[in-house]
Design a protein. Structure first.
Length: 201
């Protein structure tokens, strides 16, 4: 059963209900894997984790849950890389993150994860949900703890979608023009929303 194929909309009440339940399962998975990583003393990000985050987000909502996209896509003004480059780009991405656990500020690293996953756009669907979850996963591991708060960072990012999308696009444009993303606005957003999460505790 793929609900989007049956309803042709993400606004159907049944889709919305399962989307919430999938989100709960996705963040339970984030917590479990983060705790396991912490307990063995080896913070890591892997393609297996990222694929699992996507699977939990869109299982039974969209096709190809947890699988890299086999086609070209366009997201608003952003043109992600060709589909055939996705595996190599994702390999380079996770290696880049794993090389910088100890020398990079946790919020800076999490911001990079949030942007780069959106930039590569490795899945057919659920990329935003996956990027926000991966961002939070990396943040928690890099901090060595789960920040307190009733409303967590990924939810707050979603609630501030227009500002979030604008900051992403600014980073995409800079990366396309200069080979380096301008993450200043996205970082400022993550810092502010993390403060809101902590204040909600």
């Amino acid at each position: 059963m793929i609900l989007f194929e049956l309803t042709n909309t993400e606004n159907h009440p049944v889709y919305k209900s399962l989307e919430v339940e999938n989100g709960d399962r996705q963040y339970a998975f984030v917590n479990s894997v983060a705790i396991a990583s912490r307990d063995i003393g080896r913070p890591f990000l892997s393609q297996h984790v990222i694929k699992a985050l996507n699977y939990h987000a869109i299982a039974c909502l969209h096709i190809s849950a947890g699988e890299y996209r086999p086609c070209e896509v366009r997201v608003g003004q952003h043109q992600p890389p060709p589909y055939y480059r996705v595996p190599a780009l994702m390999d380079d991405f996770v290696n880049q993150v794993n090389r910088h656990w100890n020398e990079t500020d946790p919020v800076v690293l999490a911001t990079y994860v949030l942007w780069r996953l959106n930039n590569i756009h490795p899945f057919v669907n659920g990329n935003g949900r996956t990027a926000r979850a991966a961002c939070y996963f990396v943040l928690c591991l890099a901090l060595g703890r789960f920040p307190q708060g009733k409303i967590i960072l990924p939810q707050l990012i979603k609630q501030n979608r227009p500002e979030y999308v604008e900051a992403l696009q600014k980073a995409h444009v800079a990366f396309a023009e200069r080979g380096e993303p301008d993450l200043n606005d996205l970082h400022a957003l993550v810092v502010r929303l993390l403060g809101e999460q902590i204040a909600s505790a």
